[in-house]
Write a protein of this length. Structure first.
Length: 116
């Protein structure tokens, strides 16, 4: 059974930082593409950042230079370090796993609120 469990969300002031973590089980993590997506109020779900099994990364233009995705294949975790947060970063953040040759799997999401 595949499980993705996100953690690390919360309330932060503009300009602050948060680190999200996603723990995966039930997949061969080292060869799975992993990603963070978000869905803001009244918006569609969008890609934030993704990382391949080999460590190649890509980011949405809106978060480049502020967010960093990383993975630890020994711990089966993928993290999203978010710096210089803005109110427009407020959203539910979801972890997605794309195991090689399989369908996508999603976590339940974690709320991030950026507000003074």
């Amino acid at each position: 059974q595949v499980q993705l469990e996100e953690s690390g969300g919360g309330l932060v002031q503009p300009g602050g930082s948060l680190r999200l973590s996603c723990a995966a089980s039930g997949i061969i993590f080292s060869i799975s593409g992993m990603g963070w997506y978000r869905q803001g109020p009244g918006k569609e779900r969008e890609l934030v950042a993704r990382i391949t099994g080999g460590g190649r990364t890509s980011y949405a233009d809106s978060v480049k230079g502020r967010f960093t995705i990383s993975r630890d294949n020994a711990k089966n975790t993928v993290d999203l370090q978010m710096n210089s947060l803005k109110p427009e970063d407020t959203a539910i953040y979801y972890c997605k796993a794309t195991p090689y040759g399989q369908k996508d799997y999603w976590g339940q999401g974690t709320q991030v609120t950026v507000s003074s």
